[in-house]
Unconditional design. Structure first.
Length: 89
């Protein structure tokens, strides 16, 4: 298994590749969650916010839109991304 760098940039690249977003912002908010469950002590790579719009979301309920994002990022989740807040634009 290849170890991924769990960064906002790597997640953004994966979302670009899989969901062809018309708008995308990925923020690493890990530093704001220091001491919380899932924090790794570095202040990076555990808690993210994704703001996204994609033509693939059209006509899908919010849960299905979020599922597309989670599915695209599953490998990052498997390797330690603890929390991903999704805002569909």
């Amino acid at each position: 298994m290849t170890v991924l760098a769990i960064t906002a940039e790597a997640m953004a690249a994966r979302l670009q590749e899989r969901l062809n977003p018309s708008a995308l912002q990925v923020l690493d908010e890990s530093a704001a969650h220091a001491g919380h469950v899932g924090a790794n002590g570095t202040g990076f790579g555990t808690h993210f916010r994704v703001r996204i719009s994609s033509p693939l979301f059209t006509g899908r309920p919010r849960v299905a839109q979020h599922r597309l994002v989670y599915d695209a990022l599953q490998e990052f989740i498997d390797q330690g991304a603890h929390a991903i807040a999704i805002e569909v634009l």
